[in-house]
Write a protein that binds this ligand. Structure first.
Ligand code: NAD
Length: 466
């Protein structure tokens, strides 16, 4: 037997698990609003009853401070579940649309229906949020689901695997723990939808596997999210908000500002203000701060430390391999060719690049892949409008970083290389629903105009009716 075959035989029987979920879906029990509401409530209960266990797991995986774990993961999921639960009645209703004269008598509507059995593959950086927020969306839309948390955050993955079957309907929701072999085997199945969060390379693997079954995908990917600071910005607030966005979760956030673009004079004022903001948030030695996280594993630690050589370290630069600590670090003297600018940083290293003006910043951003997020700090509404017009990105924020995540009615998702599709709130409900297009005709009158034999008179009338 080959190695691959040996490995495959050790894997759980995913086809049977999948067939069981399909059979459960066929019982129709996930369709009712009562079932969906019960699942969303159970998810909220799980978040409150398992809060400490989840915080401990997030601390173990990423050194996540409890407040950060609560804000960005635990309460985020409870909030998503409760927001959806309260609005489900409205979302599940059919939506009437106009029927043209030619279709009269008749009426037309969009009727949401669940997709079936869906797969949710999460990433490690927000290991709870990126699996269970998607699950909340899938359940709100009435689907059965399999959740595959990231193997790089094993403690959180284990809590999800232990607790989800206790709180949620175990016939409809399964958790599969594991890495590449497990995910590869799961991807062979004919899912009704796949939500994948992670890097673009694996995103391509997921999409190629999905294509074999014509399975639709939502891909939540990453990229280098730019942050433009104009000279007219309130620089103290700007520095604080950039530092917060960049150093939350030790920079391991898909929408963290990846790099700053600003002019030389503004850079000279901004860097000391970022230093001050870092000291205010994490003290003189962030290694001792209970509010600062750690790097997920040695490979990422090594990758990030190597970036120090890309430019001049003007803030931070300390690192400790044993605890995978990397201080909040700012680099200057960076150009588009520097190593740190070649891929998404995904860690607490912030390069500052000099640009002449807004137009050169826009040109710089547009040369790269479309980012997941883009930020501009300015008091000038023309600069703001120009940036929003010309920078294509998943989400944008003016005068802050990452805060659009708190707006439940904004969808979250990328464009181009940063992803496709989106979710959160009603957008999540729609991502996991099919909006079936329905038309119902009345019986009488049955206008003869569209039927053969075609005549000049009918043709004229048809032109008028259009
Ligand atoms: P990761 O290593 O946790 O991988 C993501 C998932 O893919 C995991 O569940 C993993 O098991 C699976 N996987 C890995 N290799 C695979 C393979 N060869 N075949 C099939 N499945 C495989 O996460 P990552 O890729 O390091 O995540 C970081 C990236 O994710 C960054 O680019 C970040 O910007 C992006 N991200 C995006 C979002 C978003 O919402 N758009 C959120 C968080 C992270």
């Amino acid at each position: 037997m080959t190695n691959a075959a040996t490995r495959m035989t050790q894997l759980p029987d995913f086809p049977s698990m999948f067939a069981e979920l399909q059979a459960t879906f066929e019982t129709e029990r996930t369709r009712s609003r009562a079932w969906r509401v019960a699942q969303l409530s159970a998810l909220e209960t799980m978040m409150s009853e398992c809060e400490q266990e989840l915080m401990d797991a997030l601390e173990s995986d990423l050194g996540k401070p409890p407040q950060e774990a609560w804000t960005t993961e635990i309460s985020y999921i409870a909030g998503e579940a409760s927001y959806s639960r309260k609005r489900l009645r409205r979302w599940m209703k059919s939506r009437r649309v106009r029927t043209p004269l030619l279709g009269q008598p008749g009426k037309s509507w969009l009727q949401p229906e669940p997709l079936g059995v869906v797969l949710i593959i999460g990433a490690w950086n927000y290991p709870l949020q990126l699996t269970l927020a998607g699950l909340a969306a899938a359940l709100s839309a009435g689907n059965c689901a399999v959740v595959k948390p990231s193997e790089l955050s094993p403690a959180t993955s284990a809590v999800i695997a232990r607790r989800v079957p206790q709180y949620l309907d175990p016939d409809c929701v399964k958790v599969v723990e594991g890495a590449v072999p497990e995910t590869t085997a799961l991807l062979e199945l004919a899912w009704d939808h796949i939500l994948y969060t992670g890097g673009g390379n694996v995103g391509r693997i997921v999409m190629a596997a999905a294509a074999k079954h014509l399975t639709p995908v939502t891909l939540e990917l990453g990229g280098k999210s730019p942050c433009v600071v104009m000279p007219d910005a309130d620089l103290a607030t700007t520095a604080r908000r950039i530092a917060w966005g960049k150093f939350t979760n030790a920079g391991q956030t898909c929408i963290a500002p990846d790099y700053v673009l600003t002019d030389a004079a503004t850079e000279a004022k901004l860097v000391p203000l970022i230093r001050q903001a870092v000291t205010e948030m994490f003290g003189e030695d962030p290694a001792k701060s209970a509010s600062y996280g750690r790097i997920v594993n040695d490979r990422h630690y090594e990758r990030l430390v190597a970036y120090f050589a890309s430019g001049d370290v003007v803030i931070g630069g300390q690192a400790d391999a044993a605890t995978r600590y990397i201080a909040p670090t700012v680099l200057t003297g960076i150009t588009g060719d520097s190593a740190v600018m070649q891929e998404e940083i995904f860690g607490p290293v912030l390069p500052v690049l000099r640009i002449e003006d807004l137009e050169s910043a826009i040109r710089f951003i547009r040369k790269g892949d479309k980012p997941l997020a883009a930020y501009i700090f300015t008091k000038n509404s023309a600069s703001e409008a120009r940036f929003l017009e010309m920078v294509s990105c998943g989400s944008a924020c003016v005068n802050d970083t990452m805060m659009f995540m708190t707006v439940e009615e904004l969808p979250f998702g990328g464009v181009g290389a940063s992803g496709m599709g989106n979710y959160s709130g009603e957008h999540g409900f729609r991502a996991f629903s099919h909006m079936k297009a329905v038309m119902k005709r009345g019986w009488w009158p049955d206008l003869a105009v569209r039927y053969a034999p075609f005549t000049d008179k009918k043709f004229k009338l048809l032109r008028k009716l259009r």
